[in-house]
Design a protein around this ligand. Structure first.
Ligand code: GLU
Length: 477
């Protein structure tokens, strides 16, 4: 059987879109499931879109997500990715072949002419595509003009018939050839366009399956024609469903975060993001939603990828991240939590307290950046109350409770955990308030919240004076 070889072929544009990460992940899972190869190829032939540092952030994002790639030219002892900008001679050779065989032709039309042509087509409500003005220039004349005139090289798309894309996810999709544009293959700056470089590389890199987003489906007939022109066998194609906002419009920046970096800075764990993204278009076929990377590799098949668009539900991602936060080994959680404390300049000045603080927040956060808000109570002299908390605090019964605590608290100079238990017992006995009516107001008064950090831990980090101050604040409210 043919070896499975897939590639992730991003054009570095500055940030890594979650849709790109999904494409990378599905390619990775498919490669690993089939014991094949996962290739990283940087498609950087568009000079006008060059962004400094974009490739580095791409490689960083992949490594953060744990998606290691297999091959590429060796660089400093490690495998580098392939860079198309380093393979320009290869594309040049191939375009010469296409021109010679009559599958490509130089086009000398000026930008102005093309612009007018497009405007006229738009005015007539026609498809915007090259009108073929340079298609039939005799070869000798074309060769002569190429020496002195600027030109692009276009694909000579057959004017009759149809081209069929047999897609592993979408089935057979047919395209009328007369509606396929004579796509530019080489631009006037001499660089190849995406289409030429992509096809040549997929062939030379022996790519067996092209797995990419649905937005590339309309380009695929052009690619298939290129394979025919070269006399090569085309790889198999699988176009992944679109990612949608909650309102089912195409996932856009306007409705939320779309870059991997956006999620990193919020404190989403890579394993949670990967798990979440694995389900954007794929399911195992039962109710299972939490997968380790190894499990995803084991179960992933293209047969189980949907055609329908996948809604990017940020609440689900956050919920899932919360699950991952709570299932981390404790020391790992503490390590990450402490990094966040430091990053937010929230240091109690005492290592044990820092640790206790971070641990107290574990059940209440879904993203690490919530530590900032949740830890605020440890660093302020005045609490702000959530709406629910304020509701509990203003109750008459609560006031009686707080007053009792306030009167008693000085009996316990250190307010240790045991002291706190005794204090609460006494208050309960003397006021007759117990259960929820006792604990909710106390929690509200001491943390400003009705859920979240564990009370005993909070008390141990806050210390007696602070607890006393917060109780006074509640009495005065
Ligand atoms: N360079 C294209 C991109 O930016 C690759 C598309 C493909 O996988 O063929 O997504």
């Amino acid at each position: 059987m043919q070896e499975v070889r897939v590639r992730f072929a991003p054009s570095p544009t500055g940030f890594v879109h979650v849709g790109s990460l999904r494409t990378a992940l599905y390619n990775y899972l498919f490669a690993r499931h089939n014991k094949g190869k996962f290739i990283l190829r940087i498609e950087d032939t568009d000079q006008s879109r060059f962004v400094e540092g974009a490739v580095e952030s791409l490689i960083k994002a992949l490594s953060w997500a744990g998606l290691d790639y297999d091959e590429g030219p060796e660089k400093e002892g490690a495998y580098g990715p392939y860079y198309q900008s380093q393979r320009l001679d290869i594309y040049k050779e191939h375009i010469d072949y296409l021109i010679e065989k009559g599958w490509a032709y130089p086009c000398f039309c000026s930008a102005e002419r093309l612009d007018n042509m497009r405007k006229e087509q738009a005015a007539r409500n026609e498809a915007i595509m090259y009108d073929g003005a340079c298609r039939n220039i005799p070869a000798a004349e074309a060769n002569q003009r190429m020496k002195s005139e600027s030109c692009v090289i276009r694909l000579k798309v057959p004017q009759k018939g149809e081209t069929i894309v047999d897609d592993l996810i979408r089935g057979k999709v047919s395209f009328q050839n007369n509606l396929i544009d004579d796509q530019a293959l080489i631009k006037s700056d001499g660089y190849p366009t995406y289409h030429l470089a992509n096809v040549v590389d997929d062939h030379l890199m022996k790519v067996s399956h092209v797995i990419r987003g649905e937005e590339w489906l309309p380009s695929t007939p052009k690619h298939i024609l290129l394979y025919q022109a070269f006399g090569w066998e085309a790889p198999q194609f699988a176009h992944l469903p679109l990612l949608l906002n909650a309102d089912r419009s195409k996932l856009s920046k306007r409705q939320g975060d779309v870059s991997v970096e956006d999620y990193q800075v919020k404190g989403i764990l890579p394993q949670a993001l990967i798990n979440f993204i694995s389900l954007l278009g794929w399911s195992k076929g039962d109710d299972q939603e939490i997968f380790t990377l190894d499990e995803s590799i084991e179960y992933f098949t293209l047969e189980r990828v949907n055609k329908a668009g996948a809604v990017f539900d940020i609440h689900k991602l956050e919920w899932m991240n919360g699950m991952y936060i709570r299932s981390l080994p404790e020391d790992e959680y503490v390590k990450i939590g402490l990094e966040w404390l430091e990053r937010e300049n929230l240091d109690t000045g005492d290592a044990d307290k820092n640790k206790a603080l971070v641990l107290s927040l574990r059940n209440g956060i879904n993203k690490f950046n919530e530590i900032k808000e949740r830890a605020a109570l440890f660093f302020t002299d005045r609490l702000t109350y959530s709406e629910d908390a304020a509701g509990w605090i203003v109750k008459e019964e609560s006031k009686i409770l707080f007053q009792k605590m306030y009167d008693e608290i000085d009996q316990y100079p250190d307010l240790t955990l045991d002291d706190f238990k005794v204090l609460m017992k006494t208050v309960q006995k003397e006021t007759g308030i117990k259960g929820k009516e006792l604990w909710m107001p106390v929690r509200a008064a001491i943390t400003g919240l009705t859920e979240g950090p564990e009370l005993p831990v909070v008390i141990s980090v806050l210390g007696k004076e602070k607890v006393k101050k917060f109780i006074k604040q509640a009495i005065d409210k």
